[in-house]
Design a protein around this ligand. Sequence first.
Ligand SMILES: [Cu+2]
Length: 333
Amino acid sequence: MSVPSRLAAFAVLLGLVFGGAVLLGAATDPTDAPVASTGHGDEPGADDAAHGDAAPAVEGDHDRAATDSGAAGHDAHDPAAPAIGGLAVAQNGYALELDRTRFVATGSARLRFRITDERGRAVRDFRVEHEKRLHMIVVRRDTAVFRHVHPTMRADGAWEVDVALPAAGTYRAYADFTTGDGKQTLGADLFVPGDVAPEALPAPRTTDRAVDGRGSTAAGIDVTLDAPPIRAGRVTTLRFAAVRDGQPLDALEPYLGAKGHLVALREGDLGYLHVHPTEGAAHDHGAGADAAPHANETSFAATFPTAGRYRLFLQFKVDGRVRTVDYTVEVGR
Ligand SMILES: [Cu+2]
């Protein structure tokens, strides 16, 4: 084949792959509104490739001290101490061991893994946190795909869960759990081979339309984020209010023991922030006292450790269905 025709064939192939990715995106999120979808719909340009397929992000441990407190105990936390997790596959004596890390793009991939201790034995003594013994978050490294699933543990300590990895790319899988040594968040990369069209981070905006587990926005629920200008290292209260047709929702139904569940990820390394609902005495640090007085609101206290952009994924339940909204926020120095 001549060089020009090879190029032409390549261009056609790119077009096919690109079209496929768009179709996949549409299948999981049919919204074409300019919302920060969970996601897809924002132009999947290749301009963001710089971090789309980053190498495994086992970073230095300058933040380790904040999370390395074995004596921290159950859900003990100091809101003033920035804590970021998920950057290491093994930390604090625990390791995340995945049976496999390569998958095909599919609606349902079976993840199997164990949490092991320093002797390589499967850990089985987990504490219930937010109603589950282990939470698993899976995010494509451009944050365009977000999953939150709850694996089940077999008697031998192996965990299993099905998760949809709808398009090619590198994904970060976080295992978020609590043991007698405190809260742990380990992370490992998953690979879905194929042509990747990394999406740019959505621009910051304060309102997003909720997507349900089927990718539908038909419920017409909009959630607005209200927060003061965010500064690195300071406790910030993030308040979310849900409306439908412009009217405040009557209630946010209990989800994982609270009115909402928030995941915050740092752009660049996908560092996983620990954020805490401000509702309920057990979690109330004062910073968010009476921060969520309305039935349609939920709020969290977060300390963003460094300046830059972060992605927020808020999940809540309305009409019996878990719904997700996402945001990009800028954190100043
Ligand atoms: Cu969970």
